[in-house]
Design a protein around this ligand. Structure first.
Ligand code: 9WN
Length: 422
């Protein structure tokens, strides 16, 4: 399908309007700070028309990096009252303040894609030389503090870390978190910006906020939380994105002679086995895992296809995944719904329980394309572009009607449009 050229300037204008002087907010009001994986995709969008600004996005993201290497999921560069929970509730004493959890670690892959697209390779190399040690420290943190027993799978401590906050995959694991009877009172802000039918339930928010109190009581001690946190899952979104990011980090290490290849190759061998242990032969899909019970979480979600993006799946498993997605395609108009549309838990307009997300589509399409399934990759790309062209640059989209949902003028949706327009 031909790109409507007119939307390229509009997508660029969205990034410019959401620019707060070096970092880009996902959308004004609803999300007024810098988010980790949003920043990665947004940098890729900036790369299409302003390379210096693209690299700056990552520089500002790393202003939030902790001394132990952790890259937090939100950097609160400046105070804003339109979002909850803000820096006061997180209680992290550093400048700039941040949250205390992470998000899908897309940065190393984004850096590689930016280098491959760079028209100014001198600037790219200069930036990569400064970013590389910080990304390596971040990935070492994952290994040291979130996979201390070298299982090959990261322990995820909050649904927000997965990026897919209210996915039905987390229902039971989150349901087992007892709401803190002394939970300090709070007022949600998200439902003042977006129709509540498109957002998580109150019972989920009470548990999201309870987990913050758990971390604070533990002094943010990761090794303790990996043992004791009441919410502990293995998330395909985190594990597959991290695996791919480590492949790209290894590639950067080789290319620039940083010399870390052996260490990274060791991580990759463990995570390849970890991810492949999540395969379910009967379902023809990968499932997330509940790490408190050790049991697979048997609900198909869009992340179930990400071992293609990681590159860990065998050709046979890739073929099965294609068949599974073709079956899903028979039930929706637009790919890829965030939850299996035949699942009783599928909700077409509720956030991560059904809607289509452009960034996840980008990763899944790349995966299919790299396994030789160009037709499916093209279908996913075309659906995404069509959604933007008919509904605008929404946060997410209704998989049956194409209606735009959640926040509007959304940075990462515009960025994916730009990245796919070249
Ligand atoms: C919590 C910013 C973020 C995305 C997440 C998405 C949503 C936040 C929220 O918005 O999460 O991190 O408050 O709902 O789920 O993937 O990074 O766009």
């Amino acid at each position: 399908m031909q790109i409507q050229e007119s939307l390229v300037p509009e997508a660029q204008q969205i990034l410019q309007a959401n620019d707060r002087g070096g970092f880009t907010v996902p959308t004004a009001g609803l999300y007024p700070f810098q988010w980790l994986w949003d920043a990665g995709f947004t940098a890729l969008g900036w790369m299409q028309f302003d390379e210096a600004r693209a690299w700056q996005e990552l520089d500002l993201l790393f202003q939030g990096q902790w001394s132990n290497g952790m890259l937090p999921h939100i950097v609160f560069h400046r105070p804003e009252a339109t979002y909850f929970p803000g820096p006061e509730r997180w209680g992290v004493a550093r400048t700039p303040p941040t949250s205390a959890i992470t998000q899908p670690p897309v940065v190393a892959s984004v850096v590689r894609w930016m280098l491959e697209r760079a028209r100014n390779p001198v600037l790219a190399e200069e930036k990569i030389r400064s970013l590389y040690p910080r990304i390596l420290a971040y990935h070492r943190w994952f290994k040291r503090e979130r996979d201390p027993h070298n299982t090959g799978l990261v322990t995820v401590l909050h649904p927000w870390e997965t990026g897919a906050d209210n996915s039905p995959a987390w229902d039971e694991a989150l349901g087992r978190v007892t709401v803190d009877p002394d939970l300090p009172p709070y007022t949600r802000r998200d439902t003042s910006h977006v129709d509540p039918s498109q957002r998580p339930h109150q019972s989920e928010y009470d548990r999201f906020l309870t987990l913050l109190e758990v971390y604070k009581r533990a002094g943010f001690d990761q090794l303790r939380l990996v043992r004791e946190c009441p919410f502990r899952v293995a998330s395909l979104l985190i594990d597959c994105v991290l695996h791919r990011a480590n492949r790209d980090l290894l590639w950067l290490s080789e290319r620039f002679g940083f010399g870390d290849e052996a260490e990274i190759a060791g991580w990759l061998e463990a995570s390849r086995q970890g991810i492949e242990s999540l395969w379910d032969e009967g379902a023809g899909l990968y499932f997330n895992r509940d790490l408190r019970t050790g049991q697979p979480i048997r609900v198909g979600v869009s992340a179930s296809f990400l071992p293609l993006f990681a590159g860990t799946a065998s050709p046979e498993r890739a073929r099965r995944l294609l068949g599974t997605l073709e079956a899903w395609a028979g039930r929706v108009r637009y790919l890829v719904p965030s939850t299996d549309p035949s699942s009783p838990r599928f909700e077409a307009q509720r956030y991560w329980r059904g809607p289509v997300w452009a960034v996840v589509n980008y990763l899944i399409a790349l995966g299919f394309s790299e396994y030789g399934y160009g037709e499916m990759a093209g279908r996913i790309r075309q659906d995404t572009l069509e959604l933007c062209e008919t509904a605008g640059f929404s946060e997410y989209f209704h998989p049956l009607t194409g209606q735009g949902l959640g926040g509007g003028s959304f940075s990462w949706t515009a960025a994916i449009y730009l990245a796919w327009s070249q």
